[in-house]
Ligand binder design. Structure first.
Ligand code: FAD
Length: 452
């Protein structure tokens, strides 16, 4: 047993767990983070031969107050890299060609991504009544905006964020901000206008709103910084094998070789692992958390000489709607997005393949995965020859899916844990999958547990 008992044991040292530990420590708490592998979780940056490759997250939107606070406290604001002006352009595939998503009303009228019927149908959107019950993202969009928007705007977005299936994702859970526009304003248009007015008048505390953020040394610079600052309270290569309530209050946590005790515990590991730890003393909660599905994804980074790729690569990347029949979900253009991602004269592409609609991708060989990606990208980007290098990363538990019933499941799980004071969760399977969401929610949890 460790000598000094921490106030909080955090199980899982991905960004959620590290951020929780940081914010709790900043509020004076004694913490310990127990991480099965190396801290950082999904954040993994590789630097090789002049390339900077992100195996997991590439960037995140700097529009959550907690995220901005973390960067300020870690003195990382000046370590950010600015995205290029082209980052705003996102391509979507239609009929074998990549088209930029419209950036304004004139582009919108001109874009071939949506038919005239799709465009005219939008005029009716403010008059459509809100739904009375939980809907899938697909049903919500079909009802309010029509099939064209589902296919060429929402489906690719859902692929990009969740690698998910819009027919199964819950609009309330997966796209909560969009859902709230309907719930609170009765219409997406009215809601979007109200948001714009609110932003103008209140200067929301969100830091620089919506800027794509990465760092000079890539995303891992953030987790490494936390890893170093928390070094004395971080145990790596330390998978937690058991969690038990202690009679009289508090929690006992075990790894294969050690035990810890604390008043409070934060589960910051993926839902299936949290379920395993909870199962011995609250099997119903474990069953609920075990029902959270995950999308499997492989990311493939490909390096080419600039001359091998015909496309201008003048954007964030391209998304491939499911109805276009391409296996790859989409591709980012990291060397166009941030400086320092590829040597001069070279380009770096990072594609994602698999997802909820194509399970099993992680069982294929690196060669098979990268060949499939190359076959898909070759005609779309005008690629000649083979990549000079490639890197394949497998993520069997890439992204948790906020599917129909997700919020209810979490609520029931929360109720099931009510009889066990001092156990909390904070991970990407509740309240947002983006890195900035994970950090923001960690800040909120710390404030709730240790109010100023
Ligand atoms: C390929 C990919 C691309 C992505 N791209 C983006 C992007 O561009 N922008 C963005 O904002 N987000 C992106 N995301 C999502 C984002 O990276 C994740 O949602 C976020 O990093 C999750 O953080 P987390 O700490 O909640 O979970 P994780 O990073 O999964 O961390 C959980 C940790 O728990 C540990 N653990 C598990 N079991 C135990 C145990 N028994 N004991 C101790 N520790 C345990 C694991 O080892 C792991 O380190 C991407 C995700 C993937 C997979």
């Amino acid at each position: 047993m460790e000598q000094a008992q921490p106030d909080f044991l955090v199980i899982g040292g991905g960004i959620s767990g590290l951020a929780c530990a940081w914010f709790l420590q900043q509020r004076g708490a004694k913490v310990r983070v127990l991480e099965a592998g190396r801290a950082g979780g999904k954040i993994q940056t590789l630097q090789q031969q002049g390339y900077l490759i992100e195996r997991g997250p590439n960037s995140t939107l700097d529009n959550r107050p907690g995220f901005h606070r973390l960067l300020t406290e870690l003195e990382l604001l000046t370590e950010r890299v600015q995205p290029s002006a082209a980052a705003k352009r996102r391509y979507v595939l239609k009929n074998g060609h990549l088209h930029p998503l419209p950036g304004g009303p004139v582009d919108f009228l001109r874009t071939p991504l949506f038919s005239w019927q799709d465009k005219l149908r939008l005029l009716a959107e403010p008059f459509i009544s809100p739904a009375q019950q939980e809907e899938s993202v697909a049903d919500f969009v079909r009802r309010r905006l029509g099939q064209g928007f589902l296919d060429y705007a929402i489906n690719p977005f859902v692929s990009g964020v969740y690698a998910g299936d819009p027919e199964r994702l819950s609009v309330q859970a997966a796209t909560a901000r969009v859902y709230r526009l309907e719930a609170e304003q009765g219409s997406l248009f009215k809601g979007a206008l109200a948001l714009m007015r609110q932003k103008r008048s209140s200067q929301l505390e969100t830091g620089p709103s919506g800027t794509l953020t990465s760092f000079k040394q890539g995303m891992q610079q953030l987790s490494e910084c936390l890893r170093q600052r928390l070094a004395t309270v971080l145990s790596e290569q330390c998978p937690v094998t058991a969690l038990q309530p202690v009679t009289g209050g508090g929690w006992l946590v075990e790894s294969a070789t050690q035990q810890w005790q604390a008043k409070q515990v934060i589960l910051a590991c993926p839902a299936p692992q949290a379920a395993q730890l909870i199962a011995p003393w609250q099997p119903q909660v474990a069953t609920l958390l075990g029902q959270i599905a995950y999308a499997e994804v492989a990311s493939v980074s490909l390096a080419f000489a600039r001359a091998q790729v015909e496309h201008a690569l003048d954007g964030f990347g391209a998304l491939f709607p499911r109805c276009e029949g391409v296996t790859t979900l989409g591709v980012l253009f990291p060397s166009s997005l941030f400086s320092g991602r590829a040597p001069d004269g070279k380009v770096l592409l990072t594609a994602f393949i698999g997802g909820r609609l194509h399970p099993g991708i992680c069982q294929h060989s690196d060669e098979a995965i990268s060949q499939q990606v190359l076959e898909d990208l070759r005609p779309l980007l005008g690629i000649r020859g083979q990549p000079e290098q490639h890197w394949v990363s497998r993520w069997p538990q890439a992204i948790p899916q906020y599917e129909l019933g997700h919020l209810q499941r979490l609520q029931q799980a929360q109720q099931g844990l009510a009889a066990y004071p001092g156990v909390h969760w904070r991970a990407n399977w509740s309240d947002g999958v983006s890195l900035a969401d994970c950090v923001d929610q960690a800040a909120q949890l710390a404030e709730r547990l240790l109010p100023a």
